[in-house]
Design a protein around this ligand. Structure first.
Ligand code: DGY
Length: 328
């Protein structure tokens, strides 16, 4: 009834998300959903969220002190529709007593699948092959063209052996018998025993890997960790794959490494910024295979992300523990 509607918490959801989550939110709150394909500008976002008790955000929404100032001190919870939360100033939120939620686990397999897809796509020259067909340049079977790299028996370097890193390594170890090495903030005994993996230094990983797959979060320490020194430390047959965050790569350095043959190819599901500008030279490199950030893009993963994000939002509104809460 009217009074019930009046007492409901007010929330803003910054994009249309699967009904598996949205329906729960709509049933329990007074909710406005941003209906457009493109994200609201920071000003519009702050205006829409102003007076709200909770917000559900995407990785394209910047949530910082200015946002919190504009929205007001009644805000209790920011629920991010993603496992990554580098778009949110969590320390600032915590200082203000605002809880922040994310959606881990449910996109691990989907993202690991895209990492492997990129290893194959970049390693086996799938862009060149596809363009050859689409541009009607396919003349004959060519013994010396579209020659790529084997995965079988090669060494895979995982940078960041968390959930997604482990799932990627597992596919490669059991699928292609790859030897797995990794860098990580701590030892990963499970990866060592299940996959025969070993933790090495960053320099050693660069020097020994035939494929390098990035699974670290983006933070001040990992920002641009793949710079020109890192690329020149890699093998010339190396295939570099990133499904984490574009900000870990110095893209000018990557472009040079791909152009000069310092490395063989790259497969990117993430760039900085997103979208990659139309005139970015990376777009034109035949040995650079780029996807528009689709790692979590399966029916099951996106439905589960929506459900967790909704549960996090509603728990935060009630002052209860979130299913997945992040800390600075
Ligand atoms: C995440 O969850 O952090 C991905 O980048 C989008 O699903």
């Amino acid at each position: 009834d009217q009074e019930d509607m009046h007492n409901r918490p007010k929330v803003f959801v910054t994009r249309n998300i699967p009904s598996a989550g949205l329906a729960k939110i709509q049933a329990a709150t007074t909710c406005e959903v941003w209906p457009e394909r493109m994200p609201p500008s920071p000003d519009v976002l702050a205006e829409k969220a102003s007076g709200c008790d909770g917000v559900l955000t995407l990785l394209s929404d910047r949530i910082d002190a200015d946002f919190f100032d504009a929205v007001g001190s009644q805000l209790k919870v920011v629920s991010n529709f993603a496992v990554g939360y580098n778009n949110i100033d969590v320390a600032e939120a915590t200082k203000r007593g605002i809880v922040v939620g994310n959606t881990p686990d449910v996109l691990t397999d989907a993202t690991a699948d895209i990492a492997v897809a990129l290893m194959l796509a970049a390693g086996r020259c799938l862009r060149e092959g596809l363009e050859n067909v689409v541009r009607k340049e396919w003349q004959t079977w060519e013994p010396m063209e579209f020659i790529g790299q084997d995965l079988s028996g090669k060494t895979l370097g995982i940078v960041g052996m968390g959930r997604i890193g482990h799932a990627t390594a597992k596919r490669c170890h059991f699928g292609w018998g790859m030897n797995v090495i990794y860098t990580s903030r701590s030892d990963k005994p499970e990866s060592d025993s299940e996959l025969g993996a070993s933790r090495v230094t960053f320099e050693q990983l660069l020097a020994d890997s035939d494929f390098i797959s990035v699974h670290t979060d983006l933070n001040p320490e990992t920002s641009k960790m793949f710079d020109s020194a890192a690329f020149s430390g890699m093998k010339s047959n190396a295939v570099f794959v990133n499904t984490a965050r574009g900000g870990v790569v110095d893209q000018d350095a990557l472009q040079k490494a791909l152009t000069n043959g310092e490395i063989f190819a790259a497969g990117l599901d993430v760039t900085e910024p997103e979208p990659l500008p139309d005139d970015s030279p990376l777009r034109d490199l035949p040995n650079c295979f780029i996807l528009p950030h689709i790692g979590s893009g399966t029916v099951k993963s996106r439905d589960a992300m929506a459900e967790i994000a909704a549960d996090n939002l509603l728990a935060g509104l009630e002052g209860k523990p979130l299913r997945h809460q992040v800390t600075a």
